[in-house]
Write a protein that binds this ligand. Structure first.
Ligand SMILES: C[S@@+](CC[C@H](N)C(=O)[O-])C[C@H]1O[C@@H](n2cnc3c(N)ncnc32)[C@H](O)[C@@H]1O
Length: 253
């Protein structure tokens, strides 16, 4: 952690990191856990991850055309939007081919266009997609602002962005909400790496995943960042006692 602050006084150490080195280690980490990723996801979230993705899909406009699932991993978020009847074409993009390979064979996956791509430099034309969804990906970006700028570039004006992630607890949240969230966080910080070591045989990867939750932006800070980068109509949707949040916005017309 570098501990520097951005112009609003927020801790910006999680918005910019040593790009190449960070990307390499994140990609290698996901390559290591790719084979157990889905199983671990459902186990560690007690299957809540499915409901959270369904909620993202339900928030998409009915008339959405092309959907980009960025940091798609094994494709579950794109497939959930397809199941919800949202979208006519789907691109599942991720910079870890081992994760994308996990989508192959899933019901509906034959309709996904799988793309090995880095969110920091998307191989897509400006204004070419109608909606972008990101599930548990933004927290891993080497440069969060850069990632948001790329999303803004490829989205058509008025297009939706929906980000599902484990954000940092809001310090202004109610005491009760903070209490529940922080107890769950302590549980996650101990439980997740332990189960990761036992089942996934990779405690360090799961330690990274749980620790990165506590160090990321809050949902409100992320919504502000979106508004500073060409987005409007911010939306914050709290999931399961605030363990996860969906933060959304629309690209300005
Ligand atoms: C926690 S997984 C989430 C997978 C999936 N979206 C889901 O809902 O389960 C995070 C994924 O983000 C990908 N990722 C992280 N940084 C990325 C980047 N800069 N560009 C593309 N993919 C990235 C990783 O390879 C990994 O597959």
């Amino acid at each position: 952690m570098t501990g520097f602050e951005d112009i609003h006084g927020r801790d910006a150490s999680w918005t910019v990191r040593d790009g190449a080195a960070h990307s390499r280690s994140v990609r290698a980490m996901f390559a290591r856990i790719a084979r157990v990723y889905d199983f671990m996801n459902h186990l560690l979230s007690l299957n809540r991850d499915r409901a959270w993705r369904r909620r993202v899909a339900s928030l998409l406009d009915e008339e959405t055309g092309e959907i980009l699932d960025l940091c798609a991993g094994t494709g579950d978020l794109a497939l959930e939007t397809m199941r919800a009847g949202k979208g006519r074409a789907w691109v599942a993009a991720d910079f870890c081919p081992e994760m994308l390979a996990g989508a192959v064979g899933k019901r509906g996956a034959e309709r996904l266009s799988l793309a090995a791509a880095d969110a920091m430099a998307l191989p897509l034309r400006p204004r070419s997609v109608d909606a972008v969804v990101v599930g548990f990906g933004v927290r891993n970006f080497a440069d969060v602002q850069r990632g948001v700028q790329e999303i803004e570039r490829v989205l058509r004006p008025g297009g939706q962005l929906l980000v599902l992630d484990f954000f940092r607890d809001d310090p202004d949240g109610t005491r009760q909400a903070k209490g529940v969230a922080s107890r769950l966080r302590i549980l996650l910080n101990t439980f997740v790496p332990l189960v990761g070591r036992l089942v996934g045989r990779d405690g360090s990867a799961y330690r990274y995943l749980s620790q990165s939750m506590g160090a990321f932006l809050t949902p409100r800070e992320f919504a502000e960042l979106l508004q500073e980068h060409g987005f409007t109509e911010p939306l914050i949707d709290r999931q399961t006692f605030g363990i996860a949040h969906i933060v959304g916005a629309r690209r300005k017309e």
